[in-house]
Design a protein around this ligand. Structure first.
Ligand code: ATP
Length: 777
């Protein structure tokens, strides 16, 4: 906007908005200068490339790399670039840090004067906070990166502990226009002056305004309104394990995502090893995956659903869910013993070709044979080792040759050990050269895939053998049937979420197939560890980017692992996730009251095993930013039943709108559709309809044609998501689905930001007002 044509500001609000507008314009001018600089660098670098000496090429790559970072970030972060400001008193030491800001957070002793019964002070420093730091031509900060230490007071200061902050301002802008400002006065008792004028204060409740906004199908970042208790978690040192607990809506997921961005900012080199965020469902992945790019970070962070975590290792992704009774068995730590036996036992099954019963070879002109019993003894001896089954093959080969040598009687013919060794070498070469021996080995010690072993477990009798004294007969039957319902004996077919952890475990037990892969070290990675850039070398050669993408998908260990909804990981899933962070630091966020896992003690033990002996630092989040108080009260009743004695988080908002209740007619589908339509008319944004898992299929049909604002969810899929309005269908059905059903219902009842409608069916025993038995006071 051109300043000449701007209307005269009239109110304090207009004047303050106008001042921020002018600052934003300065920032943009500076950003444009930086972009030109970056483009010039790119251009210059490509000219240097024509020189063509190796030194010039390396220099070009380094230059292009740096310029690329600039361009990429500047271009992508123009939207909503600047969002905060703090006005500060003089600091205690008055020293400026490397970014130009005063480092001290405490006011200097004489910063506040007492005059005529009043407290007076001058603002000596104003800092603007944004998504990226920008310095002016004299290296003075125009904008401070939200993750910089100097920005911390923007999030941390409170009226109780204001530090140097007098006024904290949230600036709402879109592109190049400042739309509004909202101030918090942190020292209301103080008469502060800025540039000779009294400090102005505009509006209130930036946080409340953010919370009241209509929801879309993607999560927004909270960078402009992170609260103090959240900020402490985001900036917690990354050493060892950071554990965060908090009720629904306390911002655990938001905090986890912002923490990933913060860690990268703090130590980009260290986290070049990648940050993994583990999410329970693909729905939650797609809901949250836009947040990191909005914070300027994506290349180093992988957000994965539990069901697709083994994609790069076991080549498998889950498409289905198990019934709770099956999930309990598949997720149990006891499965490890079963899988160990299965991985070994599957060798005997002739999964590819029939297992030969004897081995006949010709060595030194005479036949040597091992019979079934002798072969079994050799197998037994090989399996005495601890290596992964597929990797035991060389040892199997060696022990077979030993047995044949022994059987041939040749050993006894040589007394001189040197001659014996020579003869033995000839013997081995003779046998190993035979096609028959190689074919025998392939059939007798086949290279097994995880899917083949899982397929082998579809046979009940066989599974019973492998799980003797581990699973009960009823569990064996349930598991074998559940596997057989989806998988062929070769293991082909759709996998469930819980199968993925089993496959991943099997892959470890079997060992990776021996396929040598050449890995080139990328000099650019070593330079700064960034991956997301296109360089001139990429464009010239074309192949590097593809290779990088491939390497990224093949990454199986990370520098930092963030587990969201950690209360839901089964022991087998903890093992799967643990393997990806053996040398990592961790952030684990969750809420035991929302756990859908039926045996919390078993899961806690597996979690301890995954996290090892690393020291842990615990944080608790206590404020519910999602649910209005009117809805939270209802959910708290279920919490009291599910986890007696656990304190619910404090809801900060109130809308004055109570939850509503309805009773379904004979046609449940029609009632659900009608209720969903009612909610769609009441809110601007999204509506989530939560049903018991077994109704997942039919609810989609019931809601067909109602448009994209409405989403159908099985109770377990609702985890972590939120909607303007939620329709919870038959609380009793959800609660009765598993021993953890009440906690799952608690999740369902805490999804709404504005309205909640509970639709009862007959198992709910609703009273005259339609309130189901479970939710009555
Ligand atoms: N400081 C904040 N400023 C603005 N919005 C916030 C803030 N903290 C949390 N929120 C909002 O509150 C909602 C709940 O946050 P989030 O989903 O991270 O909570 P959660 O603790 O993970 O919940 P659940 O346990 O139900 O998964 C989100 O819409 C989030 O954007």
């Amino acid at each position: 906007m051109n300043a000449q044509y701007r209307a005269e500001p009239e109110t304090v609000r207009d004047r303050e908005v106008d001042a921020e507008q002018r600052h934003l314009e300065r920032v943009y001018r500076r950003l444009e200068e930086k972009i030109h600089e970056a483009e010039f660098l790119m251009d210059d670098a490509s000219k240097r490339a024509q020189v063509g000496t190796p030194g010039a090429l390396a220099e070009r790559d380094a230059q292009v790399f740096r310029a690329g970072i600039h361009l990429n970030r500047l271009n992508s972060e123009f939207e909503d670039f600047l969002f905060g400001r703090i006005d500060l008193l003089e600091g205690k030491t008055g020293e400026r840090g490397p970014d130009g800001a005063y480092t001290s957070v405490e006011p200097a002793d004489g910063a506040v004067r007492h005059e005529g019964g009043e407290q007076r002070a001058d603002i000596v420093e104003t800092l603007h906070i944004g998504r990226l730091g920008v310095l002016d031509a004299d290296y003075a900060p125009l904008v401070i990166d939200w993750r910089a230490p100097a920005a911390a007071p923007f999030y941390r200061s409170t009226p109780v502990a204001p530090g140097r902050v007098v006024r904290r301002r949230v600036i709402r802008s879109k592109g190049r226009r400042v739309l509004s400002v909202e101030d918090d006065l942190l020292r209301p008792e103080l008469k502060a002056r800025l540039g000779g004028e009294e400090l102005a204060v505009v509006g209130d409740g930036a946080l409340m305004a953010a919370l009241g906004q209509a929801r879309s199908h993607t999560m927004r970042d909270i960078v402009s309104s992170i609260q103090a208790e959240q900020d402490e978690v985001i900036r917690a040192p990354a050493a060892s394990v950071t554990e965060v607990e908090g009720g629904p809506g306390t911002g655990k997921t938001a905090v986890a995502l912002h923490r990933a961005a913060y860690l990268l900012y703090q130590d980009r080199r260290r986290y070049a090893g990648g940050i993994l965020i583990v999410s329970p469902t693909p729905l939650l992945v797609s809901y949250t995956e836009g947040v990191l790019p909005s914070l300027g970070e994506e290349g180093q962070v992988a957000i994965r659903a539990l069901g697709s975590l083994a994609e790069e290792t076991a080549g498998a992704e889950a498409t289905t869910y198990d019934a709770q009774s099956v999930a309990r068995i598949k997720g149990s730590a006891r499965m490890l013993k079963v899988l160990r036996k299965a991985a070994r036992g599957a060798l005997d099954l002739g999964l590819r070709t029939p297992v030969p019963e004897r081995l006949r070879v010709v060595a030194f002109g005479s036949r040597v044979e091992l019979d079934a019993e002798e072969l079994a003894a050799v197998r037994q001896q090989v399996l005495g080792g601890t290596a992964p089954v597929n990797l035991m093959r060389p040892r199997a080969r060696k022990l077979l040759l030993d047995a044949l040598w022994e059987k041939s009687g040749a050993r006894r013919r040589y007394e001189d050990p040197e001659l014996a060794a020579e003869a033995r070498q000839g013997f081995d070469e003779d046998i190993a050269g035979e096609d028959g021996f190689a074919a025998f080995l392939d059939a007798w010690w086949p290279e097994l895939t995880p899917r083949q072993v899982l397929g082998a477990m579809t046979d009940e009798a066989r599974l019973a053998r492998w799980s003797r004294r581990v699973l009960r007969p009823g569990e064996v039957r349930t598991l074998a049937r559940a596997l057989a319902a989806r998988l062929s004996v070769q293991g082909e077919g759709p996998l469930s979420v819980h199968d993925i952890a089993l496959l991943d475990e099997l892959r470890t037990l079997l060992g990776a197939p021996a396929r040598p892969r050449k890995r080139e070290l990328d000099p650019l990675d070593q330079l700064t560890g960034l991956e997301e850039l296109t360089t001139a070398a990429d464009r010239d050669g074309g192949g590097r980017r593809e290779r990088r993408a491939q390497e990224r998908t093949e990454r199986t260990e990370y520098a930092h692992v963030i587990v969201d909804e950690a209360q839901d990981l089964t022991p087998m899933q903890w093992r799967m996730v643990g393997r990806r962070g053996r040398h990592a630091t961790w952030t684990v966020v969750g809420d035991p009251a929302q756990s859908s896992w039926t045996d919390p003690d078993e899961a806690a033990a597996a979690r301890d095993e995954a996290l090892g002996k690393r020291p842990r630092r615990r944080f608790e989040l206590t404020v519910n930013y999602r649910n209005p108080a009117e809805l939270a009260v209802l959910a708290d009743r279920v919490l009291a039943l599910a986890m007696p004695g656990v304190a619910p988080p404090r809801a900060v908002r109130s809308t004055g709108i109570e939850p509503s209740f309805a009773v379904a007619g004979d046609d449940l589908g029609a009632s659900v559709r009608e209720s969903a339509a009612r909610l769609l008319a009441e809110v601007e944004g999204t509506v989530g309809v939560v049903v018991a898992m077994r109704r997942r299929g039919e609810v989609r049909e019931w809601l067909a044609g109602l448009g994209e604002r409405v989403v159908a969810l099985g109770s377990l899929e609702a985890k972590g998501l939120e909607y303007d309005a939620a329709l919870v269908v038959s609380p009793a059905e959800i609660a009765d689905e598993s021993p953890a059903g009440l906690r799952v219902l608690y999740v369902a009842l805490t999804r709404a930001t504005q309205r909640l409608l509970v639709l009862s069916a007959s198992p709910d025993l609703p009273d005259g007002d339609g309130v189901p038995d479970l939710l009555r006071e």
